[in-house]
Structure formats: structure tokens, C-alpha cells
Design a protein around this ligand. Structure first.
Ligand code: FES
Ligand code: FES
Length: 160
């Protein structure tokens, strides 16, 4: 028997039935079809299931869905506005900050969060903020360059 929970996912309210032991990662991917959230280790090691939960970065494989009833979730699907990619998404494309792309949604959402809080991060701060996410293709250099580039947009935005 399950319980009914309501989540706001990328601006849309969704009410679904979940089991007591069901993890948020599986609910997002399998029940809500939010496929940018990737599943790899299911034990908090790879960071590929990273999302913004009530404004905080979390690994969704470590969260039980029943614990987050009423929460607000943001994934890369929710970043584009009026059909336009967010600056951090554009920067990833322009810098070729991906190869297979499997890790990209997690890096993009973590970078978005970093730039919201710190529009001009140092290289060390960028590395620190992304340290929980693994890229098997080794595109770390390009990811860091993309974030530095996108930070120009977030600095300007903050000054306006
Ligand atoms: S699937 Fe969640 S950290 Fe790896
Ligand atoms: S681009 Fe392939 S895992 Fe990061």
C-alpha cells in the first residue's frame, strides 16, 4: 500500500502514489518521467542524480519520496524560459563541456545553484561546489571554463 504525495516539479504540481521505501530518484525518473536525473550508483557516490530540492542541492537517490511531500524540485528541464536555454546551459554547449552527456544535467543544475549564490566564483570555489559529481569522460576543464563564462551573465544580472 502506498501514500499520496504532492510535489512541485519544475513549476508543475504533481500528485502521485509512492511506497514507503521508494527513493525520490526512482519516483522522478519512473513515475514523473524526469529523465535528466540520472541513476548510476544508487548510493550517493556519483552525484549524477543531483537535483535542487527546496533550493538545496541533494542526491535524489538518498532521499525517500515520502519525506519530501509538499516540496519544490528543480531539474534542468525547468531551467529554460520561454523556449530559451539558461545562460549556464548555453555556456556548456559553447564550451563543449560534455562528451557522452550522462553527467551533464547534474553538473548544470549544480553550476546553476553555485552561480545563483556566488556569481563570481574562484576556480577553487567552482571545483569545491562540483566535487560531489563524477564525469567519467573527464570534461572537468571544459565544465569549469563554461561556468567561468556563464558567471559573466550572472554578475551583470546582479548589477542590474
Ligand atoms: S545515483 Fe545518486 S549519487 Fe549516484
Ligand atoms: S560527459 Fe560523459 S560522464 Fe561526463
Amino acid at each position: 500500500m502506498g501514500r499520496w504525495i504532492t510535489l512541485t516539479v519544475n513549476g508543475f504540481r504533481r500528485t502521485i502514489e509512492v511506497k514507503d521505501n521508494e527513493i525520490l530518484l526512482d519516483v522522478l525518473r519512473d513515475k514523473l518521467k524526469v529523465k535528466s536525473v540520472k541513476a548510476a550508483c544508487w548510493r550517493g557516490e556519483c552525484g549524477l542524480c543531483t537535483i535542487l530540492l527546496n533550493g538545496k542541492l541533494v542526491k535524489s537517490c538518498l532521499v525517500l519520496a515520502v519525506e519530501v511531500d509538499g516540496s519544490d524540485i528543480l531539474t534542468v528541464e525547468g531551467l529554460a524560459k520561454n523556449g530559451e536555454l539558461a545562460p549556464i546551459q548555453r555556456a556548456f554547449i559553447e564550451h563543449g563541456a560534455l562528451q557522452c552527456g550522462f553527467c551533464t544535467p547534474a553538473f548544470v543544475i549544480a553550476s546553476y545553484k553555485l552561480l545563483q549564490e556566488n556569481p563570481s566564483p574562484s576556480e577553487d570555489e567552482i571545483k569545491e561546489s562540483l566535487s560531489g559529481i563524477l564525469c567519467r569522460c573527464g570534461t572537468y576543464y571544459e565544465i569549469i571554463e563554461a561556468i567561468k563564462d556563464a558567471s559573466k551573465y550572472y554578475q551583470v544580472k546582479r548589477e542590474i
